[in-house]
Design a protein around this ligand. Structure first.
Ligand SMILES: *[C@@H]1O[C@H](CO)[C@@H](O)[C@H](O)[C@H]1NC(C)=O
Ligand SMILES: *[C@@H]1O[C@H](CO)[C@@H](O)[C@H](O)[C@H]1NC(C)=O
Ligand SMILES: *[C@@H]1O[C@H](CO)[C@@H](O)[C@H](O)[C@H]1NC(C)=O
Ligand SMILES: *[C@@H]1O[C@H](CO)[C@@H](O)[C@H](O)[C@H]1NC(C)=O
Ligand SMILES: *[C@@H]1O[C@H](CO)[C@@H](O)[C@H](O)[C@H]1NC(C)=O
Ligand SMILES: *[C@@H]1O[C@H](CO)[C@@H](O)[C@H](O)[C@H]1NC(C)=O
Ligand SMILES: *[C@@H]1O[C@H](CO)[C@@H](O)[C@H](O)[C@H]1NC(C)=O
Ligand SMILES: *[C@@H]1O[C@H](CO)[C@@H](O)[C@H](O)[C@H]1NC(C)=O
Length: 528
């Protein structure tokens, strides 16, 4: 499939690509860039969700995030989630499940969890559990998360055992709607996900139609067990396709098979698929990701192109589109890339690009020790940043702060990409109602002190704002592209043992239509 695509591109659009390469080449000679700011909000601007950036949690490590017992939250986790909330006014949404969702079984007699892990390998130091036993308090731990947290909970489809799926849904119903409803008063079950990445299942005769048929049969069975679809009741989220090298498994295939129709289909609230930019330690799929690949402006856009198509297909049946599981490189992140400052810059461009094409939420995938985590919830998680002695944030978290501050807390902001003449400088306009309120400028040029003694600075011209424009500027500063520590957002250090930020936010007052943005830096401009 990939070879086929490459051949198409070379024969049909070679001249277009050559033009693009040539103009990039011309711009590469100067780091300076012009941002062409439109005179009014573009018609294609998309609504920005305050919960754009959420968490997908590998279910086998749920207690590391939620705490070991009901009423005993993990203080570091809730502190860091509170920092994210402080910018947008809502706590980040959660999805719990993923690979281990289809290896999860209710185990009578278990209080919380009974996960059995295989041996670690050098490439996968924190493997996922082979079996996760679900105890009676497992779902109730959701109540330990900050007030206002919303949940997508996943249940087992792959077992193809109706009694097992029903048992899991029954425990969820008892937790959120039944005997423990009062305990769950501050959190919401917004969606139920039945099965993770069913496009990877290898049953004989397994097709998108077979999937839709099995899924609908289960939905029709569970509607008598859990209240779904009414006001303040959960809806369904799916199909949760991985989307890797399996082109016949896309939105079109399931919609053609009737996924969004009938009694079951009408209970869908969200259309969700998964996305990664590539895979770590999987040479038959792609070469090992290297520095500079992840935050490359062209790669970010070409990676998200197929989701723009899926957004419109989901909207054609009235459903919002989410990336229910996403992150940089599958297999828990690529060392030297996913766990470095490059990922912080990627986070800003990638998240705002996704939002600009209509993705409503992105659930960034997490385990314990995964190199692409936003943060590690417990100590002992060796992720290559050298902070195993304590729970800690990773560099990518700084990108999240920039995005959340750009989104703001009004609940009414919109985003549109603003064109630039540069292959390494990107820009987004954030609008409050129709008024341009903020501009995010991203410089994804590499800076490695080992190869360059001076850091390149781009002069960025804001074309279209007039000469006397006043704004404030906050910077996402990183020591160098592959740094693992030492980042700041608006001069504040967020990498503390408690998760409480250290320092007062600093901003620059800027007047005029040009400013400097260093190689590997992000700037948030607020118009006055
Ligand atoms: C970039 O802009 C700065 C400030 O205007 C200017 O001094 C510099 O020469 C420009 N660089 C290039 C390569 O054009
Ligand atoms: C825990 O899970 C393992 C593996 O599935 C199982 O053999 C064991 O019986 C479980 N323990 C309990 C107490 O259920
Ligand atoms: C199906 O699930 C039920 C309930 O968990 C279990 O008792 C039964 O053994 C399972 N059946 C098979 C064939 O695994
Ligand atoms: C819900 O949050 C309020 C604080 O806003 C707290 O007083 C109350 O105990 C919480 N309820 C539960 C069940 O956690
Ligand atoms: C996605 O980005 C990676 C770099 O992170 C690149 O290697 C890959 O080719 C891109 N894929 C697509 C479909 O654009
Ligand atoms: C080194 O600096 C040059 C000129 O500013 C720039 O084009 C190049 O990308 C830099 N290389 C690295 C690895 O930082
Ligand atoms: C870019 O700006 C920084 C900070 O002002 C300065 O240290 C550095 O020398 C500048 N780089 C170049 C190539 O002028
Ligand atoms: C960053 O990359 C350079 C060049 O490959 C390498 O020498 C250096 O060790 C890396 N630094 C870190 C902190 O990984």
């Amino acid at each position: 499939m990939r070879l086929h695509l490459v051949r198409l591109i070379t024969t049909i659009t070679a001249s277009a690509i050559l033009c693009a390469l040539l103009s990039d080449h011309v711009n590469a000679a100067t780091p300076n860039a012009t941002i062409h700011i439109p005179s009014s909000r573009p018609a294609f601007a998309e609504k920005l969700s305050q919960g754009l950036i959420g968490f997908s949690i590998e279910m086998d490590r749920w207690t590391s995030w939620a705490g070991d017992a009901v009423g005993k939250p993990n203080p570091f986790v809730n502190q860091v989630l509170g920092v994210m909330e402080s910018f947008t006014g809502v706590p980040p949404p959660f999805r719990v499940g993923a690979d281990s969702e289809d290896r999860g079984y209710i185990q009578p007699g278990i209080t919380v969890i009974n996960a059995s892990f295989p041996a670690a390998t050098a490439d996968i130091p924190f493997p996922e559990a082979e079996i996760t036993g679900i105890g009676k308090d497992f779902y109730a731990l959701s109540s330990n998360l900050p007030k206002g947290t919303s949940f997508i909970w996943g249940v087992n489809l792959k077992a193809r055992n109706m009694s097992e799926t029903v048992a899991q849904v029954a425990l969820l119903a008892d937790t959120f709607q039944g005997s423990r409803k009062a305990l769950m008063a501050n959190v919401t079950l917004t969606s139920l996900e039945i099965g993770n990445e069913p496009d990877f299942f290898t049953f004989p005769g397994w097709t998108p139609s077979a999937y839709v048929e099995l899924w609908s049969t289960i939905v029709n069975k569970i509607t008598s067990i859990i209240k779904l679809g009414g006001p303040n009741e959960p809806k369904l989220e799916g199909p949760a396709f991985a989307g890797f090298a399996a082109a016949q498994w896309d939105a079109m295939s399931v919609l053609n098979a009737g996924f969004a129709e009938g009694k079951a289909g009408k209970l869908l609230g969200t259309f969700g698929e998964h996305h990664y930019s590539g895979v770590h330690a999987y040479p038959s799929f792609n070469p090992e990701p290297k520095m500079g690949d992840l935050f490359n402006k062209n790669s970010i856009r070409s990676n998200l192109t197929k989701h723009a198509k899926e957004v419109s297909r989901a909207r054609s049946v009235g459903l919002p589109y989410i990336l229910g599981e996403t992150n940089s490189y599958a297999n828990h992140g690529a060392p030297g890339v996913s766990n470095t400052a490059e990922a912080a810059i990627w986070m800003v461009d990638n998240a705002l690009q996704a939002a600009s094409i209509g993705v409503q939420q992105m659930y960034f995938h997490h385990g314990v020790g995964f190199r692409y985590n936003l943060f590690q919830p417990v100590s002992g998680a060796e992720d290559g940043v050298g902070l195993t002695s304590r729970p800690h944030i990773l560099p990518v978290f700084y990108g999240v702060l920039a995005v959340n501050e750009a989104i703001g807390s009004s609940g009414k902001s919109c985003v549109a990409e603003i064109g630039t003449d540069s292959a390494t400088v990107s820009a987004y306009g954030i609008y409050e109602q129709t008024k341009l309120a903020r501009i995010v400028v991203i410089n994804s040029e590499m800076y490695l002190p080992s190869q360059n003694s001076t850091r390149a600075n781009s002069t960025v011209y804001l074309d279209g704002l007039g000469k006397d424009v006043h704004f404030t500027a906050k910077r996402l500063s990183i020591p160098f592209t592959n740094a693992t520590t030492g980042l700041t957002w608006a001069s504040v250090n967020y990498d503390t043992a408690s998760g409480v930020p250290e320092g007062k936010p600093q901003q620059e007052d800027v007047t005029g239509s040009a400013m400097t943005v260093a190689a590997s830096e992000v700037v948030l401009l607020c118009l006055k």
